[in-house]
Design a protein around this ligand. Structure first.
Ligand code: GLN
Length: 491
């Protein structure tokens, strides 16, 4: 039955409707594969009972001819989405025992459409990281290995568990969140597709907040079409999130496979960064050739403020994080450490509950927001952000439909290899992805090839606001040319 775990979402959907197999069989195949893959640490919680109940309900709806768009499709959910009655940790000790009494809007829409919950996936603590190594529940091991080596590699982060689960075929699709690259970078590192939608496209309600003006939920899957299928269920207006946009949700799946003839694709020259490996440059060139062959016009463009995006992001994101994380005080939920008085309780709880990276961000954020430094750092970063957004707007005004860039400056690295002595080494991973969050735009990472060590590399497409459809069309063109990439099973 293991071939059931290799299906695409589109094929699984068709197989379920034709009754070639049942939702219960599909869920069971995944639960069995999950058990064998525990050494990857992709899931922090498996929910076999809930999966069985949901699959049974799906089978009943299929039998009655009432199947929803995702009926019976088993999914993994990043442990940053609140799931009612199912522990939600955000990868942090401070929420080690938190059982939400409500369901996030995005996940409730997935269940409304018939999807089945397999479990909650590992992540960097409060989604702060690029390698899944800041998780209080331990790192995730990527299903990929360098040719002829067994060094454990990171799956990327912060949505590392969600990406690893899809790549390792222990979920047909999964959810992630992307504040500075946390969907696109792990997708690129694990050879799968990941989409960060336009800010406001998916509701943030019920997702543990990191940096509220940058956070967006999005899907992971093994094909562009599958990502589009998931996206249709995840997107939509939600009055419970005041930044959620009231824009109609199109049929994203129909966009995957549409002709890209005549589309103008911008190649931003500022993404040719110093010290970029030759293999990444080659991949980018290959991507340009593929899009050209499919009928697109390639235009060199300039996004002059790109070099300020990373430093500005590492002011804005920690500033918002320090404010959002003020709520973890040991009084309302999660961990509580006793202190001499209430201040002592706050201090003891936060010192014990937060890991090193989270503490660092809270301190940076508090510093840049403090009275004497607010104008010099926070206000300045916000101005830079406006300029970054304007760079993109200027290009779109000239008729550019989307931009093509590499997704990451390197392939996946080894667990423990980066950021130990200098956190900036880890932050540099986000150089191609953070601009998109700063500008609120949609971006997709699509697998495009393997490097000399046999590790996947991805390309990124950046679109106009609320034009995810163009990204699916272009992404499909790349997938058609590049093919798909799967790790060999060693676990
Ligand atoms: N790696 C970035 C950070 O650590 C982005 C994380 C994210 O997108 N959640 O902030």
């Amino acid at each position: 039955m293991s071939e059931l775990t290799s299906l695409t979402i589109a094929d699984a959907r068709d197989g379920l409707r034709k009754k070639s197999f049942s939702a219960a069989e599909l869920a069971n195949a995944h639960l069995a594969a999950m058990e064998k893959a525990r050494s990857l640490n992709a899931y922090v919680l498996e929910t076999p009972e809930r999966a069985a109940d949901m699959a049974k309900a799906s089978d009943a709806r299929i039998a009655k001819g009432e199947a929803g768009p995702l009926e019976g499709i088993p999914l993994a959910i990043k442990d940053l989405f609140c799931t009612q009655g199912v522990r939600t940790t955000a990868g942090s000790k401070i929420l080690h025992n938190f059982e939400p009494t409500y369901e996030s809007t995005v996940t409730s829409q997935l269940w409304r459409d018939g999807a089945v919950l397999l479990g909650k996936t590992n992540l960097d603590e409060f989604a702060m990281g690029s390698s899944n190594e800041t998780s209080a529940l331990g790192p995730v091991t990527s299903p990929w290995r360098r040719k002829g080596a067994n060094t454990p590699l990171v799956p990327g982060g912060s949505s590392g568990g969600s990406a690893a689960a899809v790549a390792a075929r222990i979920a047909l699709g999964s959810t992630g969140t992307d504040t500075g690259g946390s969907i696109r970078q792990p997708a690129a590192f694990t050879g799968i597709v990941g989409l960060k939608p336009t800010y406001g496209r998916c509701s943030r309600w019920g997702i543990v907040a990191f940096a509220s003006s940058l956070d967006q939920a999005g899907p992971f899957a093994r094909t562009v079409r599958d990502t589009a299928i998931l996206m249709r269920s995840m997107a939509g207006h939600d009055p419970k999130d005041t930044t959620s946009a009231d824009v109609a949700v199109p049929d994203y799946e129909a966009a995957a496979g549409k002709s890209i003839k005549g589309m103008k694709i911008g190649i931003p020259k500022e993404y040719r960064v110093d010290g970029m490996p030759a293999e990444i440059e080659k991949l980018w060139e290959q991507g340009r050739a593929w899009l050209k062959d499919a009928g697109a016009d390639l235009v060199e463009v300039s996004l002059p403020h790109t070099k300020y995006a990373l430093p500005a992001y590492y002011i804005v994101a920690p500033a918002e994080a320090s404010s959002n994380l003020a709520r973890y005080d040991g009084v309302r939920y999660g961990l509580r450490e006793q202190g001499r008085d209430v201040i002592g309780l706050y201090e003891a709880t936060r010192a014990k509950g937060f890991g090193k990276e989270v503490r660092r961000r809270v301190m940076i954020g508090t510093y840049v927001l403090s009275a004497g430094y607010y104008d010099a750092y926070y206000v300045r970063a916000q101005k830079v952000r406006t300029l970054i957004k304007k760079d993109f707007e200027d290009c779109f005004k000239q008729g550019i439909h989307a931009m093509l860039t590499p997704a990451t400056p390197s392939a996946a690295f080894g667990v423990g290899e980066k950021g130990g002595a200098d956190p900036i080494e880890m932050y540099l991973n986000d150089v191609f992805t953070v601009t998109v969050n700063m500008a609120g735009l949609p971006g997709i990472a699509v697998p495009a090839g393997l490097d000399g060590q046999g590790l996947p590399l991805g390309l990124q497409l950046i679109g106009r606001p609320f034009d995810e459809e163009t990204l699916f069309s272009l992404g499909q063109a790349i997938e058609d040319a590049a093919g798909r990439f799967e790790p060999e099973q060693w676990w």
